[in-house]
Design a binder for this molecule. Structure first.
Ligand SMILES: [Zn+2]
Length: 164
């Protein structure tokens, strides 16, 4: 049983759900995204995401029209991801299509880019063997698409924490 915190963008409130691994994620329609798929290899007892990210998934899945294999969406910062500024830590990013051919991934990547659903779709050069799309809350703070890495002792010059 996972505890799932969902930020509801419509009323600015946090919601709490309890779901089994084989259950659909909150706000998911058609059971196209299970808790197990969302968490991937994360061992976290608590997961978090936003209502908008879940709705974006529903829209992308609807537009694409076929099942999309999800490698993972959620990660805690110490569980990997592609960088120290990964949107996976916010629970609003998806890494999908790992088991697909390059051609099929290219179809999904262009669907994601052309749909205007996502805030960011990572280019092929950075994600050659999967497709990354996310629904971040704000424009990225870093030119590479991430957000700043803030550590104990960070006080200023936040831009300098942007890296890849
Ligand atoms: Zn990713």
């Amino acid at each position: 049983m996972a505890k799932i915190l969902v930020y509801n963008n419509d009323n600015n409130r946090m919601e709490t759900y309890y779901r089994d691994e084989s259950d659909a994620m909150p706000y998911n329609t058609g059971r196209t995204l299970t808790v197990r798929e969302f968490r991937g290899s994360s061992k976290s007892p608590t997961l978090w995401t936003s209502k908008r990210a879940m709705q974006s998934w529903n829209s992308q899945r609807y537009i694409f029209g076929l099942p999309i294999p999800v490698g993972f969406a959620f990660k805690r910062p110490w569980e990997g991801g592609h960088s120290n500024q990964s949107q996976h830590y916010a629970g609003v990013a998806f890494d999908v299509g790992q088991t697909w051919s390059n051609a099929k991934r290219a179809t999904l990547r262009s669907s994601a880019q052309n749909s205007n659903i996502w805030s960011y779709v990572e280019p092929l050069s950075l994600t050659p063997t999967w497709v990354h799309f996310d629904k971040r809350a704000l424009t990225s703070a870093c030119p590479n698409g991430g957000f700043p890495l803030v550590k104990r002792g960070s006080v200023r010059y936040v831009y300098s924490y942007c890296s890849r």
